[in-house]
Design a protein around this ligand. Structure first.
Ligand code: GLP
Length: 245
């Protein structure tokens, strides 16, 4: 794993965006794996600025998002589909039909999961996957204990994840109890992974990631087994690492 240090969140986002812009320029038909949460917001904003200023085109790009809350339709303002539309897709020239987010309100969620996995395979997999990390080491919504063999599946969210995400909802009670997420095996099939870690609240997770061997109790540790992972971390995330180690 390669670790790149950025001075702050802004610089981290800019470095990540520049990496993505270059990948899109090199392969205009790239398949991107995209993430939600607070961390990638700066990347999307940089990519939108670049699209407007330099004309980088996403016309031939396909995207697959990592996860979606169970029970929320794509029209729900708290859904990850809405998040992606508002924060990225509506501001670039990507074809909406080429943007995929798991369906959180399918009648048959298990079938929706299998269909999503099949769709990723039909697109010959993800070329570049963007990842954030949860304080408990989750990637996507793969909570501690998730099998490294898992493909897209339904997951019960832990209390800590629901609390961390409650800031986006009217109350903790409003945060869904479950989600649909690409599995660990789905993520590991990506050809290349870019993991973003920002803020001192993530430094313990970063430390554990860098110091642990792959173990299902800490989902992100699986990344140690992937041949092409770049971690982009800001000083706040790295500072805790140095002080505590
Ligand atoms: C959420 C998302 C993850 C995200 C993580 C960190 O629960 N499902 O994909 O990476 O938690 O979120 P944030 O970037 O807001 O800290």
């Amino acid at each position: 794993m390669k670790l790149i240090e950025a001075k702050d969140y802004k610089e981290m986002s800019k470095i990540a965006a520049d990496i993505m812009i270059k990948k899109v320029a090199d392969n205009p038909a790239i398949t991107l794996g995209l993430a939600t949460g607070g961390t990638p917001l700066g990347i999307y904003s940089s990519l939108i600025d670049d699209h407007k200023e330099n004309g980088t085109s996403y016309n031939g790009v396909t995207s697959f998002n990592l996860d979606e809350y169970a029970g929320l339709s794509g029209k729900d303002p708290n859904s990850y589909r809405s998040y992606m539309n508002e924060n990225f897709f509506h501001h670039i020239d990507i074809q909406k039909e080429n943007t995929f987010v798991p369906c959180g309100d399918a009648e048959d969620l298990q079938k929706a999961c299998a269909d999503y996995e099949a769709l990723i395979k039909a697109h010959k997999g993800i070329d570049l996957q963007i990842l954030g990390i949860g304080e408990n080491g989750h990637i996507g919504f793969n909570e501690p204990g998730t099998s490294f063999d898992s493909e897209t599946h339904v997951v019960q969210l832990t209390d800590s994840t629901r609390q961390a995400n409650a800031r986006y909802f009217s109350s903790l009670e409003a945060v869904p109890q479950a989600a649909v997420t690409m599995g660990i095996a789905s993520i590991m099939k990506s050809k290349e992974i870019l993991l973003l870690v920002s803020g001192k609240q993530k430094s313990e997770a970063l430390k554990q990631l860098l110091n642990s061997s792959p173990d299902e109790s800490f989902p992100a540790s699986v990344l140690n087994k992937h041949p092409y992972v770049t971690i982009l971390a800001d000083k706040a995330a790295i500072a805790g690492l140095i002080v505590n180690s």
